[in-house]
Structure formats: structure tokens, C-alpha cells
Write a protein that binds this ligand. Sequence first.
Ligand code: NDP
Length: 327
Amino acid sequence: MFKAVLIEKDDTGYRAGVTEVDEAALPEGDVTVRVDYSTLNYKDGLAITGKSPVVRKFPMVPGIDLAGTVEASAHAGIVPGDRVVLNGWGVGEVHWGGLAQRARLKGEWLVPLPATFTSRQAMAIGTAGYTAMLCVMALERHGVTPGQGEVLVTGANGGVGSVAVALLAKLGYTVVASTGRPQEADYLKALGAATIIDRAELATPGKPLAKERWAGVVDTVGSHTLANACASTRYRGTVAACGLAQGMDLPASVAPFILRGVTLAGVDSVMAPRAERLEAWRRLAQDLDVGKLELMTHEIGLGEAVATAAALLEGKVRGRVVVDVNR
Ligand code: NDP
């Protein structure tokens, strides 16, 4: 038996709680992992609360990411004792996930944990941090370099936003952090933000084109914020879009794209190819200051995951939440 958060949906409703699960109930897979840590990402919040139909199979163990040690493997190249990390692939949505002491997974989904990170640090990064790295890599791929001007990060106090601020600052970019929580300005400056702006400046309908300001943007928010970010991106700048914290809509015009050659680069972490994952984790090991990582992280036990999921969706959680599944 092992402990897990289990989401159930039936005639009596949608509920999530910690329960004891029989190992025999684990889903199919060729690798069994003893989980050390998981995390709470925005999507886990949606899954646990049922606010959005993220979970497509019941009962479901949520947790879109995990770090742990291989216990048993029938997968070539993976052996017991290997330290691994997993992000996405529908885990925690259609396949039992990381908010549990055990997981059974496909070996091809697993990435070796970079030697520089502990399991806890890997999950302090989590899918949010790995996505932030993918966003930075998208900006780089499209030619955004430090020295071109300010780079905007929206939803800066969130998990993706916090890691994006820290990464971009370490790489030498001048980071402007947009937030609805100006009281966290000191925290954002400690992560490396040069300037803090109120997210209200970007949150309402704006003009198709605004004054050129951003050399690049990492947007975790979507909706009017993303539209306004595109409208104020400089000639040939790039906007990496990964999130929808404000909304799934994009009430924009084509003006920034056809008049300023702005690139809107979509970022998906769930099905990203293996080579890109390996590169993102390599870059995180190289470019993320672990001191800053500790600053943005707080730890909870498995039993606190359900309550914290609701707080996360209400925008009350700062930075990253690491879940010790063994307490
Ligand atoms: P968090 O909940 O940690 O952060 C979201 C942040 O967005 C909040 O902290 C808040 O920042 C801001 N925010 C919340 N509500 C609003 C609102 N109504 N208007 C404007 N800003 C708002 O989530 P994550 O960092 O884990 O994820 C961020 C987004 O990225 C989510 O939409 C998530 O689904 C998406 N995502 C996408 C991935 C992909 O593969 N494409 C992978 C991972 C995440 P502040 O308080 O600073 O304003």
C-alpha cells in the first residue's frame, strides 16, 4: 500500500483527498518510481479542485510532475536506483501522477535528474520552471538577446513567472515583472527584476499597436494581457506564450505581427520532444541560481496538497510549492 491524493467523480460529486492505495492498482508502465517529491502547478490546482476538466479518467492520482528513484524497470537503459524526473505527457490527467508515494510510468517519459539537483530542487523547479526555461529558449531561438532592451514577464509571482524572472536576470536581461501583488516587489527584485509594473496596466482592452517597449515577453496570463504585450513589443521582438491565468481568449489584432514583424511563439511543455526536455533540464542546471530557487519555494506535505490547490488558483501562492509525498 502507498499514500496518494486520489480524485474521484461519481453521482455524489467531485472530491479529492489523501488515501491508501494498493500497488496492484497502479496503471500500466514499464518503470516503477519511488516518488520523493512532487509539486503543485496551476494545472494540478485545476485538477484537484475540478475547476476545469483537466482530469479525463477517474479515479485519478493528480500531479503532472515528480522526482524520485527507480524501483523496478523493464525499460532498456533505465535501472533500479536511477534518479529521474517526469514532466507532463498527460500524467496527472489521463495517467496516475506524482502526488503519491509510487508511480508507474513509461520509461520513454523519464528524464535523468541532472546531477546538480536534489529531488527536492528538481520539483522546486517542476513543470513551471521547466516551462519557464522552454519560454526563455523560445526567445533565444527567435533572436532575443540581452542588451536589446527590456523583457516583460507576466504573472511574475507565479511559478512559471518567478523562475522566468530568475533565469532571464541571470542571463543578463533587463527584466520587467508584471504582477497583481505589488507588495511582493522586494521578492521579485531579489529574483532579479529591474522594474515592477502593476498587471492592471495590461489587463484591460488596449490599442492594436502601443508604444514599442519589450524586446521579448514571457506571458503566463493570456487574454488582454497577451494582446497588450504583443501590441507593445518592439520591431521584430518575440512573445513566448505559455499560460492562461487571466483567460484562454486572445482579443488581439494582427497589427503587431504584420507591421512590426513580432513573433508569437507558443510554448507547450506537455508533449515537448525529448531532446528539448533534455536541453531544458541541462540549461536549468547551468542557468538557474539555486539560491534564488530556495527563495521562491515553500514545502508542504501530501495532506496539505488539496487545500493549497485552492489557494493556488486564487492567486494566493507565491512562487513554487514543493510537495513532500512522504510526510
Ligand atoms: P501560478 O498560479 O503559480 O501563477 C499564475 C500567476 O498568474 C499568479 O501568481 C498571478 O501572478 C497571475 N494571475 C493569476 N490570475 C490572474 C488574472 N486574473 N489576471 C492576470 N494575472 C493573473 O501558475 P503557474 O505559474 O504554475 O502557471 C502559469 C500559467 O502557465 C497557467 O495558466 C498554467 O496553466 C500555464 N502553464 C502552461 C504550461 C504549458 O505547457 N504551456 C506549463 C505550465 C504552466 P501575480 O500575482 O504576479 O499577478
